[in-house]
Design a binder for this molecule. Structure first.
Ligand code: SF4
Ligand code: SF4
Length: 597
């Protein structure tokens, strides 16, 4: 990234010739391009039996013999198999409605990061070989030859997409650029091209059952440690059932929750919640060391990878003889379960349709998958007053919520998390409307972009989210960003620091807040600390804080440019400044100009 305070983002529209001219390895920028996959990881994953040993910065990528025919044959196969994909190839009218909706375009200003230009990477080749216009008129019809430079450009730009689908929400035709990108990445695997970060996670998951490669003892040890931390804070002994046959429910979480911070506090919340349900209602559950991962990096690689990776959940559910499955706070786990799981596998006939035995609620939405989200389950219990909560224990947090792309646009999961947050916290504030729910901004690190080598891309792509957060921090004093995705929890740590939001804003899962508020039946001392070990606010401190807010004079309206700190009394002035100084398109200036309090 540029020197502190000097970030310049120049947004411009590409010319037609820009779109067709592929970049070369000389244009690859450090911090933006991914390291290539290693041979050992490639061979340990369910990938095509061809591996290309290339260095992205070399001119010669040593593409395998016949690579061009392989790509075109696969393209032909996919265009017949995935009809929607090739309808999207034909129907884009280049209206530009999607152009400034991609967080990577907003953060990098690179015109090839406009969604329409990203899809054009594939579309131009499709036109050349599969349409009569492209065959006859070539570049005059927006077609281009498939060359080695085009492959380099695919590698560079297809991995600068987090497959978040924000662009599709704004496209009048609903063109799903994320799926086009997915297919593009899959095409690359057929000539042995892939990036390293996702593949390491896929290979580890197939070997050990989780992306981190934790051994069964490592996972069990981690869960036991979390139970010890709970004992210190609540005085309650928590049992951790692992691989327990005949339990009612199999619980699957993203593996980041077993050891990372702040994920750990969410893990504590899960353990306390299930402990309470067993204490009060006799509901039993189990963790599985073989299905110790809900997330699925295969989803961003190939269909076969995705299928092999999530199949373990059903195999374990059958082996352990559970009735149904609950999944934890994870983004791609849920997009995957919601969109593909039931068609990727034969669901074990031992599983039942999920019915909450405590409330009688039938989760019709999970009829086919036999799997529900822990927040749906918690929301149902709260609605029926089946768990006791003390919201005041979260009074030190002023909370806002980030909708993970996969949960928002992949699943449509908006209300349950908000319902739970409102029932476990007194202070909840929404970020601006253009940055939440189906319009949510990506954390900047999705779809395999959590790799450290693409940190520049991540910080730039996460900028719109950081700016929306800064807005509610300034306006309401928000100091907790809640998210229901383990990748977000990892991504926000550097992002919030980079954009100077942490401190004062912490981030974590919703189940951490549930764990704070949950009154355990066998808890016999008053809680003094939250799950992070912070002292809880005393009653008089809460009263003082409320009075202070009420007594504060009404603020004068001012607008601040988040990129350089310049202050204006008028929003239009701020937008003009953002356009002139930072080259931010005027219709996107709400991203950088926020009301100052
Ligand atoms: S909004 Fe849709 S139709 Fe318009 S340029 Fe983007 S992808 Fe094409
Ligand atoms: S899916 Fe998301 S990251 Fe990809 S082009 Fe669309 S907005 Fe950008």
């Amino acid at each position: 990234m540029e020197e502190e305070g000097k970030i310049k983002i120049e947004q411009r529209f590409p010319s037609w010739s820009d779109m067709l001219k592929p970049i070369t390895e000389k244009d690859f920028k450090k911090g933006i391009y991914h390291y290539p996959a290693r041979k050992s990881d490639w061979e340990n994953a369910p990938l095509p039996p061809v591996y290309t040993d290339f260095n992205p910065l070399d001119k010669d990528w040593h593409l395998p013999e016949g690579w061009k025919e392989t790509i075109l044959n696969k393209m032909d196969e996919f265009r017949k198999k995935y009809r929607e994909l090739f309808v999207w190839m034909d129907i884009c009218v280049r209206c530009g409605a999607c152009a400034d909706k991609c967080h990577y375009y907003l953060g990098t200003g690179d015109p090839k990061n406009m969604p329409v230009a990203r899809a054009e990477l594939i579309r131009s080749v499709y036109r050349r070989y599969f349409t009569w216009q492209g065959k006859i008129f070539g570049k005059w019809a927006g077609a281009r030859d498939l060359t080695e430079d085009v492959i380099k450009e695919w590698y560079y730009y297809l991995h600068q997409c987090s497959q978040c689908r924000r662009c599709s929400v704004f496209c009048p035709y609903g063109i799903d650029t994320a799926t086009i990108v997915w297919i593009g990445r899959e095409l690359l695997t057929h000539i042995g091209i892939g990036h390293r970060f996702s593949l390491i996670s896929i290979a580890a998951c197939l070997r050990s059952g989780n992306h981190l490669g934790l051994s069964p003892m490592g996972m069990a040890g981690s869960l036991e440690s979390a139970a010890e931390d709970i004992k210190e804070i609540t005085g309650v002994d928590i049992e951790v059932p692992i691989n327990k046959k005949g339990a009612d429910i199999l619980f699957v979480a993203p593996s980041g929750d077993y050891f990372a911070t702040p994920h750990w506090f969410t893990l504590m919340g899960y353990l306390m919640f299930f402990h309470e349900l067993e204490e009060r209602y006799g509901l039993t559950y189990t963790w599985s060391t073989l299905a110790g991962e809900g997330g699925n990096f295969g989803t961003f690689y190939t269909y076969k990878c995705a299928q092999d990776m999530n199949g373990k959940i059903y195999k374990e559910a059958k082996r352990l003889g559970v009735k149904w499955i609950i999944g934890g706070e994870c983004g791609h786990m849920w997009r995957d379960k919601h969109q593909f799981m039931a068609t990727m596998h034969d669901i074990p006939d031992t599983l039942e349709e999920p019915v909450n035995p405590i409330t009688g609620t039938y989760f019709e939405n999970a009829k086919s998958t036999k799997m529900i989200h822990i927040l749906e389950f918690a929301a149902d219990l709260i609605k029926h007053k089946k768990i006791k909560l003390d919201k005041n224990r979260n009074n030190h947090w002023k909370v806002t919520m980030h909708d993970p792309c996969n949960m928002a646009r992949g699943v449509g999961f908006f209300e349950e998390p908000r319902y739970v947050v409102r029932n476990v916290c007194n202070y909840f504030y929404e970020m601006p409307e253009h940055a939440i729910r189906e319009k949510t901004y990506c954390c900047g690190s999705g779809a395999g972009n959590l790799a450290d080598e693409v940190m520049d891309l991540r910080m730039r792509g996460g900028m719109p989210r950081a700016m929306a957060l800064r807005y509610v921090h300034r306006l309401y004093g928000v100091n907790y960003l809640a998210t229901i995705c383990a990748i977000d929890r990892a991504a926000f740590t550097p992002l919030l620091k980079y954009w100077k939001l942490q401190p004062p804003v912490e981030h974590g899962g919703i189940f951490e807040l549930v764990g704070n508020a949950l009154i355990l039946s066998d808890e016999d001392k008053e809680r003094e600390l939250d799950l992070r070990g912070n002292p809880l606010l005393k009653e008089e401190e809460v009263k003082e804080a409320v009075e202070e807010v009420a007594a504060a004079p009404a603020p004068t309206k001012e607008y601040v440019c988040e990129l350089c700190g310049a202050v204006f009394t008028d929003l239009d002035e701020c937008c003009e400044h953002a356009e002139k100084e930072h080259k931010i398109a005027k219709n996107a200036c709400d991203m950088v100009c926020s009301e100052k309090r």
